[in-house]
Design a protein around this ligand. Structure first.
Ligand code: PLP
Length: 450
């Protein structure tokens, strides 16, 4: 299916409405049906780059439309989508249930202020609470905004117990988003450079280093001259996504839990990328056999319709009216999408599917590791998997991503040497096989440069 350009559509609509003669009407109809109505990729890029800020390095790809786990570009080329909008389009593209829910809600009422009760929001909150160890939800629009809410919540929680200098510990190599507090929480200087002064009150530890975590907490509380300096929270991804698809160890998260209990601090799980079934459990923290006090989610929560949420335990439920807000947060349209996604989890037995397809993908990638010799490690959980390339293989993750794209498959790098696989959760057995065949072709081709 090729969509008409806006100009063609406008001409078609204007013709008959303006009372034009039969010839004009024929011309208008043929413009709508024109097979090559889309502007060229070059034209789109040029026009785009003139007016949009260059905050992204973009591939030369203009997506026209999608269906299921496939996308088509404006030249008609088809791609198997193992990027899913970076772990976002959990139901794939143009899922009928999501389309119907959003369409129906749009026709009824799409936005009202949070000054009023929003039943769709209440329903989504209940479903999130029922499927987690948390008791309350606050809705927003993105992952960074959910983390901002969590950071404010941790500070208020600490403030209420007399802490004047609350400290939040995060991990090196983490990623928590792009707002000022979120880049401060993100333990990677490259995201912080040029944006100082950063937000005070953050300390960092190497991920999975239990001794360093214990030592840091001790150091925070040791200074007798700064009695108000206390641990407020430990914020961790259960598996580092942007940082290279690295799962946290059970020992590390158990130590974080113990330290938070000891100091009346909050253990906060950033599940923006790992949440909503991506790992084969509803939430990543479930892999560690502990409960968390706060959880942030976004990306897959609306299946690609923008929505985020911060969930917390009742004991951390310290926001009072006026403490925090978001105009769009949890509006009827976004929550209708969220509820459609939640319904799909039950109807499709999605968690079971993620586990089965995740195992299939992992087995296939491990077979490629053995046959190609260019993969150092296959890691991850469920359908968030990464292959780390050997240091000596002679190419990097972005080379693999570019070659896969040429071959009709979309993936995303996670750092220099890791290629990330995060397909829609509804991916089929045959589509996984297709992806593995494409990966084999690309890795073998890169291994033997012409
Ligand atoms: N936290 C994690 C773990 C993420 O992976 C991301 C985005 O990739 C974010 C937060 C930021 O989310 P958003 O881009 O929706 O603000």
């Amino acid at each position: 299916m090729r969509l008409p350009t806006l100009a063609a559509l406008g001409a078609a609509l204007r013709g008959p409405a303006a009372g034009a003669g039969p010839l004009a009407r024929v011309a208008a109809v043929s413009m709508v049906a024109a097979p090559d109505a889309a502007p060229s990729v070059e034209a789109t890029k040029t026009s785009f780059d003139e007016v949009v800020m260059k905050t992204y390095g973009r591939f030369s790809l203009v997506v026209s439309h999608g269906e299921g786990c496939y996308l088509w570009d404006t030249t008609g080329k088809k791609y198997l989508d193992f990027a899913a909008g970076i772990s976002t389009c959990c139901l794939g593209h143009a899922d009928k249930r999501l389309v119907t829910a959003v369409d129906a809600q749009m026709r009824k009422v799409h936005h009202v202020s949070n000054l009023y009760y929003i039943p769709q929001q209440g329903e989504l909150a209940r479903r999130l609470v029922d499927r987690s160890c948390l008791d309350r939800a606050f809705f927003c629009n993105s992952g960074a905004e959910a983390n901002e809410a969590a950071i404010k919540l941790a500070r208020k929680h600490a403030h209420l117990r007399g802490v004047t200098h609350p400290i939040i510990i995060t991990a090196l190599n983490s990623f928590h988003g792009r707002t000022l507090a979120a880049i401060t929480a993100t333990g990677q200087p490259k995201y912080q450079q040029g944006f100082g002064p950063l937000v005070p009150g953050f300390e960092y530890v190497p991920y999975n280093d239990v001794d360093a975590l214990r030592a840091l907490v001790k150091r925070i509380h040791r200074n007798p001259f700064r009695r108000g300096r206390r641990l407020a929270a430990i914020l961790m991804e259960p598996l580092q996504g942007e940082g290279g698809i690295t799962p946290a160890t059970r020992e590390f998260i158990a130590a974080a839990r113990e330290l938070c209990d000891e100091h009346d601090a909050l253990l906060m799980s950033d599940e923006v990328q790992t949440g909503m079934g991506r790992t084969g459990d509803m939430w990543g923290y479930m892999h560690h056999g502990i409960e968390v006090d706060v959880l942030t989610t976004a990306k897959a929560l609306g299946g690609g319709v923008p929505i985020g949420a911060m969930l917390c335990k009742e004991r951390a439920n310290v926001f009072a009216p006026g403490d925090h807000a978001s105009t769009y947060g949890g509006n009827p349209l976004a929550c209708a999408a969220g509820n459609a996604v939640m319904t799909a989890f039950d109807d499709d037995d999605l968690l079971q599917r993620v586990r089965a397809r995740g195992q299939q993908l992992r087995n296939g990638l491990e077979a490629l590791q053995a046959s190609t010799g260019v993969i150092a490690e296959v890691r991850g959980w469920g359908l968030i998997l990464g292959i780390e390339l050997n240091e000596t293989c002679g190419f990097v993750a972005s080379d693999v991503v570019a070659r896969l794209m040429e071959g009709g498959m979309l993936t995303v790098p996670a750092g220099q040497r890791v290629v990330r696989f995060v397909p829609p959760l509804v991916i089929s057995e045959a589509e996984i096989e297709e992806a593995l065949a494409k990966c084999a072709d690309v890795l073998n081709a890169l291994k033997q440069p012409a």
